[in-house]
Design a protein around this ligand. Structure first.
Ligand SMILES: [Zn+2]
Length: 449
């Protein structure tokens, strides 16, 4: 028996906070959550942890992360970043207070999940996008991490082996993001004109032809002409040539990726499972199309990402009116690395407008800030949301939306699994101890294996 006493207990149910409470754990299970423990209980406890001045919460359930298994990455099925990266990434995640992580690199197979799990205490679950059109979208974009076993797999089999939802469908790469800028457009220009261009010039070409929402109808000759001039491309590219190159390199694969959304929605309906879709300006209209289908559970991923602040609030309000839609707000990296997302404005706007259903970190090139950090700033410092509610959005709400992800977890409640984090207070991002299934998994910044 372990006793965590005299801490601020946030149970995760969205309303309950015990200012000075105690959590009793027997084996891998929570035996009690009480205001005051009988001192005699401490006599036969194997461990009594004094949590005065600290916070006791359920382990955070991060339902959106990439690069956490030994399988291929992203909707593009590219090669993963290597074993060292993956293990460090899992360590980082655990030390941030996440006890369950959902891999949303949808081409990973269950043997790869199990192999990764053998090497790390954090609970690793997976989503799936194993279906022909999604596979084709990945291969058109990259696909270098895909082997025969990934190609042969299907979603139904993945669910029978333990997948928890379909996702992440779509992504920056397959929807005309990075790959086109770095690779496909420069390559096509080289072939057509014998000239080298950089990724910023390629991006300027792409955006001038298709716009931020990647739409064929966006094309306007004058707009492209002035963009070519500004990007110093006008000496060797005409607007018509630019349009043709961008249509060929970007639009054709984007069309397949959008069909991949429809394919995934059909599978989600058929198997009656939750669907997670990439929600960003490039996928806005397809996300609206799928939302109108009223699937049982549709998670609009990182709905605060890449939009302007006004856009993400407006789009979030619009999506929320559809039955089954769940809005995920991603923390990304605006407090630490600031490489992907420079400010938390959109995250805060989501809290302020009560648009957050659940939160996650997303990848942020491996430098994502923690869910606890997001909660700390939003709830405890800016008071944009109640503390109990904020914690539930990273714990019990996630398990309600994704019932297969962390059954019997996400709450400090008698009979639930003992995944527990102990943090400083009010600096809850400072994680002091992490328990998974009642076992100490991290302490003072070190993972225990
Ligand atoms: Zn995404």
């Amino acid at each position: 028996m372990k006793v965590f006493k005299d801490g601020m207990v946030v149970t995760g149910d969205g309303k309950t906070i015990l200012e000075k409470g105690t959590v009793v754990v027997i084996g891998d299970t929570i035996a009690d959550v009480i205001e005051r423990v009988d001192p005699s209980v401490e006599d036969y406890a194997e461990e009594v942890v004094d949590c005065s001045g600290k916070c006791i919460m359920p382990g955070m359930i991060n339902h959106h992360q990439h690069g956490v298994t030994f399988g291929p990455m992203f909707a593009s099925g590219c090669e993963n970043y290597g074993r060292d990266f993956i293990m460090n990434h899992l360590d980082r995640s655990l030390l941030q207070g996440h006890t369950t992580v959902l891999n949303v690199d949808g081409f990973v197979t269950m043997d790869e999940v199990r192999e990764t799990q053998r090497h790390h205490p954090i609970r690793i679950k997976t989503a799936t996008t194993h279906a022909p059109i999604n596979l084709r979208a990945g291969e058109l974009c990259d696909g270098k991490g895909l082997q025969e076993k990934h190609r042969q797999m299907n979603a139904e089999k993945m669910f029978s082996e333990g997948a928890v939802c379909i996702g992440e469908v779509g992504g920056g790469h397959t929807l005309g993001g990075g790959g086109q800028d770095y690779l496909y457009i420069p390559k096509a220009v080289k072939e057509a004109k014998g000239r080298d261009i950089d990724y910023l010039q390629a991006r300027a070409m792409k955006l001038s032809v298709l716009g931020r929402y990647i739409e064929e109808s966006y094309y306007d000759r004058d707009r492209v002409a002035s963009a070519l001039k500004e990007a110093k491309l006008d000496s060797f590219l005409t607007p018509e040539e630019t349009r043709d190159i961008v249509y060929k390199t970007t639009l054709s694969s984007v069309k397949v990726a959008l069909d991949g959304y429809r394919e995934a929605a059909d599978i989600a309906r058929k198997l009656n499972v939750p669907l997670m879709i990439h929600n960003a300006p490039t996928s806005k209209s397809i996300v609206h199309e799928i939302a109108k289908m009223k699937l049982p559970t549709l998670i609009a991923c990182h709905s605060n990402y890449l939009f302007t602040t006004e856009e993400c609030v407006e789009n979030g309000k619009y999506l929320k009116q559809f039955e089954g839609v769940v809005l995920d707000a991603a923390v990304h990296d605006p407090f630490g690395a600031k490489k992907l997302v420079a400010t938390p404005d959109n995250l805060f706007a989501f809290y302020k407008n009560d648009l957050v259903d659940i939160i996650s970190t997303d990848f942020a090139a491996g430098w994502s800030d923690s869910m606890l950090e997001g909660m700390q700033h939003a709830a405890l410092e800016k008071k944009l949301v109640g503390f109990a509610k904020a914690v539930s959005q990273g714990t019990s709400r996630v398990t309600e939306v994704l019932p297969l992800l962390a059954p019997n977890l996400g709450l400090l409640k008698k009979g639930f699994g003992a995944d527990i984090v102990i943090t400083a207070y009010p600096e809850i991002k400072n994680v002091e101890r992490v328990y998974i299934g009642g076992k100490l998994a991290a302490k003072d910044g070190k993972v225990i294996r």
